[in-house]
Design a protein around this ligand. Structure first.
Ligand SMILES: O=C(O)[C@@H](O)[C@@H](O)[C@H](O)[C@H](O)CO
Ligand SMILES: [Fe+2]
Length: 363
C-alpha cells in the first residue's frame, strides 16, 4: 500500500504540496489536469510540467484522477471513435511520462451526487450528505446551481460549470441509454484502449458509482459485486481494474466491502477509503474515517486490502470540514490528514500482528 492524497493542482487547490508532504507516510499525490475537458488530448508537455511540480516538492504522481470520459463514448455515438483516439493519445503521453494509473468513472451526466455539501454534525463539523427524498424533489437542471452555490467557490470534481447549461440536452442524449447499452459502450471503450494500456503498463481503475443506485433514472452499472464481476470478466486483463471506493459502495449496506475486496484480488489498483453513517434506505452522511464514527468497519476493510496484498495507492477520501477550514467540500486538508494517519495506523497494526503471528508471537 502506498499512502497518497488527492490534489487538484496549485491553481485549483487550497492545499499545498508542502502541506501534503508533511502528512506522515504520504508519498504521492493523485492528481489531474483540472482545466482539461473530457475528450481533449493531454499534451506530453502539460503532463511533464505537472509531474515536475509534484516531484520538486518531494512527492510522486501516484496516479491520475480522473481522465474523464467524453459523453459521446458513454452514449455510443458515431463520434466516439474520435474521442477514444484522443483518450489513447492521452494514455500514451501519460505512459511516456511514467504515469501508469488512471482512475475514471462511467456515470452518465453526473459524477457523484449529494443533497447537502455542508451538513452540520453534532460536533460542529460539516460533511457531505445524501437523502434520496431530497434528491427526488430536485429538478436535475437545478442541481448544478445548488452544488455550485455551496462549493465554497471551488470547482467540484465532475461538476464543471460548462456542463451547467447542458443538463437538459445531456438527459435527452442519454434517453435511449439503458444499463445494457451503457455496459456495451464501456466494454467497447475498454477493448479499444487496452492494447495501449498493456503497452505502457497502465492500470485503468474504474470508480464505483456514487451513490450505488440509479439517480434521476440514469443507469448505474458499477455498483455491486455482480455487476463489477461482469465488467471485469468482459475484458479479462489485469490492466482493466478497479478503484474500490468504500464510501460509494458502502452507500448501499447490502454491499459487503471486505468480501468484494477479497473477490477482486489482482484487479484492485487504487482505493478510496472513507466512512459514512447510514440513517435509513437512501439516506446517509459522510463521517470521520474512524470505524466508530460511522457504519463501516474500517479495520475489516483495511485488513481485506492487506490480505489481498494491495500494493497500489490508497487515499483517504472525502473528509469532514473541521477546525474552521474553508476548502472544497470533502477535500480540505485537516480531516483527510487525520484519515491518512488513522489508515496508516490500522495498516501498521495489521502488518505487525500478521508478521508476529507468523513468527510465533505466542511461543
Ligand atoms: O467523489 C469524489 O470526489 C470522487 O471520488 C469522484 O469524483 C471520482 O474522482 C470520480 O468519480 C472518478 O472519476
Ligand atoms: Fe471515491
Amino acid at each position: 500500500m502506498k499512502m497518497t492524497l488527492r490534489w487538484f493542482g496549485s491553481k485549483h487547490d487550497n492545499v499545498t504540496l508542502e502541506q501534503i508532504k508533511q502528512i506522515p507516510g504520504c508519498v504521492g499525490v493523485i492528481t489531474t489536469l483540472y482545466d482539461s475537458k473530457p475528450g481533449e488530448v493531454w499534451s506530453r508537455e502539460a503532463i511533464q510540467a505537472m509531474r515536475n511540480e509534484v516531484e520538486s516538492a518531494g512527492l510522486e504522481v501516484s496516479g491520475i484522477e480522473s481522465v474523464n470520459i467524453h459523453d459521446d463514448i458513454k452514449i455510443g455515438l458515431p463520434t466516439r471513435d474520435k474521442y477514444i483516439n484522443n483518450y489513447i493519445e492521452t494514455l500514451e503521453n501519460l505512459g511516456e511520462e511514467g504515469i501508469n494509473l488512471v482512475c475514471y468513472n462511467f456515470m452518465p451526466v453526473f459524477d457523484w451526487t449529494r443533497s447537502d455539501l455542508a451538513k452540520v454534525r453534532p460536533d460542529g463539523s460539516t460533511v457531505l450528505s445524501y437523502d434520496q427524498e431530497v434528491i427526488d424533489k430536485i429538478d436535475p437542471d437545478k442541481i448544478f446551481k445548488e452544488m455550485e452555490a455551496s462549493s465554497n467557490g471551488f470547482v467540484l470534481p465532475g461538476w464543471e460549470p460548462e456542463r451547467l447549461g447542458k443538463v437538459r440536452e445531456l438527459f435527452e442524449m442519454y434517453k435511449d441509454v439503458d444499463e445494457e447499452k451503457l455496459f456495451e459502450n464501456l466494454i467497447y471503450f475498454l477493448n479499444a484502449i487496452m492494447p495501449t494500456c498493456q503497452k505502457y503498463g497502465i492500470k485503468m481503475a474504474i470508480h464505483m458509482d456514487d451513490p450505488a443506485w440509479s439517480v434521476f433514472n440514469l443507469p448505474r452499472i458499477i455498483n455491486n459485486k455482480e455487476n463489477i464481476q461482469r465488467m471485469l470478466d468482459a475484458v479479462s486483463v489485469e490492466n482493466n481494474g478497479l478503484t474500490i471506493c468504500t464510501g460509494s459502495l458502502g452507500s448501499n449496506p447490502d454491499n459487503d466491502i471486505p468480501d468484494i475486496i477479497r473477490s477482486f484480488k489482482g484487479r484492485i489498483h487504487f482505493a478510496h477509503i472513507r466512512n459514512l453513517v447510514h440513517h435509513g434506505p437512501g439516506k446517509f452522511d459522510e463521517a470521520a474515517h474512524l470505524s466508530s464514527d460511522g457504519s463501516l468497519d474500517m479495520y475489516e476493510i483495511v485488513k481485506a486490502l492487506y490480505d489481498i496484498g494491495m500494493e497500489g495507492p490508497i487515499r483517504p477520501d472525502h473528509g469532514r470540514m473541521i477546525w474552521g477550514e474553508k476548502a472544497m467540500p470533502g477535500y480540505g486538508l485537516y480531516d483527510r490528514a487525520l484519515g491518512a494517519t488513522y489508515l496508516n495506523g490500522l495498516w501498521e497494526a495489521i502488518d505487525k500482528s500478521v508478521k508476529q503471528g507468523m513468527l510465533g508471537f505466542n511461543d
